[in-house]
Structure formats: structure tokens, C-alpha cells
Design a protein around this ligand. Structure first.
Ligand code: DC
Length: 201
């Protein structure tokens, strides 16, 4: 059983994916974290985030266990991640790792931007989680209370634009995905909506 959850940044798909995997006893993969690891490595080495060969080499030899979640969550890292995520060779280098993970038993939940469209086009369930820019910016501000709302909003819009308009694996709902508008839902309401949709089938 493979469940794909895609959506823009700060839409709440990570919270939802983690809770869903926990509820079902499945394995969970935050694929954005992989892109963030590559972005952070590029940033730390002072490399140009458009340098495809260097970023792809980092992606190909990635050791996820050498990163801490806290260092990956910063908005600066998200911006680097979004830039290197537009490079086709970086995406190709991370594809096998994601597909191998998806096969774990008894089931998996993967969240990202292209899980239902590219990584796992045959997923059993596909959800596309959206939320208004205002709701997403508010959510980010609660995670990073010292940040500035206007700067967070600008960053979210810039990332939406880059992630949705890149040539390879852009952010878009799979045709057979179920849409969840998470603007007004609590984490538990979002979880119940997804569980309800799964039970209907
Ligand atoms: O979900 P996130 O904010 O942690 O993702 C960080 C960036 O990684 C995001 O701006 C785009 C990229 N990404 C991607 O291109 N494909 C994925 N499956 C996951 C993330």
C-alpha cells in the first residue's frame, strides 16, 4: 500500500503524512527533507545552486542519517532546496531512493511535490493538499515566531512559483488525486478527511 501526499510548502502535508503513517502503522518519508539535505550541503559548501553537476554529485552520495531535522527546517534552506530541486540530474539522483522506500512493508506514506505524478504514479491513494497563502504563512510564523510575516509570505510565493513552473516534475495535482483544502482544518480534521476518503474505496 502506497499513499502519496503532494502539495505546496507549509500546506500541512508533512503533519498530515506523519499522522497518517502513525495511525496506519506505515513507514513515512518526507521527500522535501531529501531536497533540503542537498540544498543545505550546497549552501554550506558555498556552491552555486544552479551548478547541476555539483548538486547531482551531492544527491547521488547523500547520507540522510548525517543530518538533523532541526537544521533542515529553516526557510533559507527551503529556498536552496527549491532551487536545486529544479535541476533534472538532482531529481534523477533522488528517484531510486524514494521508489525503494515506497516498497517497504506493510505500507508507506510519502509526501512531496511529485509523488503522485512521477515517483509513485501507481500509488494506491493520492492526495493533493492545498491551503491559502495566508494560512500557510501563518503556519510558518507559528513554527518560526521570530520571523517576519511579510518575508515568509514572499518566500512562500517565490517557492510556489519556482516549484510549479519548473520544466521537470512540477508541483501539480495528479489527475487521480483527491483534493484536500487544509486552510481551515485542524491537523485532526485533515487526518479524518483522509482516513474517510481511504475507507470509501
Ligand atoms: O516540502 P518542503 O518545503 O520541505 O520542500 C523543500 C523543497 O524541495 C521544495 O520547495 C521543492 C522541493 N521538493 C521537490 O521538488 N520535490 C519533492 N518531492 C519534495 C520537495
Amino acid at each position: 500500500m502506497i499513499i502519496a501526499i503532494d502539495g505546496p510548502s507549509a500546506s500541512g502535508k508533512g503533519t498530515l503524512g506523519r499522522a497518517l503513517a502513525h495511525k496506519l502503522g506505515y513507514h513515512y518519508l518526507d521527500t522535501g527533507a531529501l531536497y533540503r539535505m542537498v540544498g543545505l550541503s550546497v549552501q554550506r559548501r558555498g556552491l552555486d545552486p544552479t551548478d547541476q553537476e555539483s548538486a547531482a554529485a551531492i544527491a547521488a552520495s547523500l547520507d540522510p542519517s548525517s543530518f538533523q531535522d532541526s537544521e533542515l527546517r529553516g526557510e533559507g534552506v527551503g529556498s536552496y532546496a527549491s532551487k536545486i530541486a529544479a535541476l533534472p540530474k538532482v531529481r534523477a539522483a533522488l528517484l531510486k531512493l524514494q521508489r525503494d522506500f515506497a516498497q517497504k512493508k506493510p505500507g508507506t506514506v510519502l509526501d512531496g511535490r511529485d509523488i503522485g505524478t512521477v515517483v509513485c504514479p501507481d500509488a494506491d491513494f493520492k492526495f493533493f493538499v492545498t491551503a491559502s497563502v495566508e494560512a500557510r504563512a501563518g503556519r510558518r510564523l507559528r513554527e518560526h515566531p521570530t520571523s517576519d510575516l511579510a518575508a515568509i509570505t514572499a518566500d512562500i510565493k517565490a517557492r510556489d512559483e519556482r516549484d510549479s513552473n519548473r520544466a521537470v516534475a512540477p508541483l501539480k495535482p495528479a489527475e487521480d488525486s483527491i483534493l484536500i483544502d487544509n486552510s481551515e482544518l485542524t491537523p485532526d480534521e485533515a487526518l479524518q478527511a483522509v482516513l474517510g476518503a481511504i475507507e470509501l474505496y
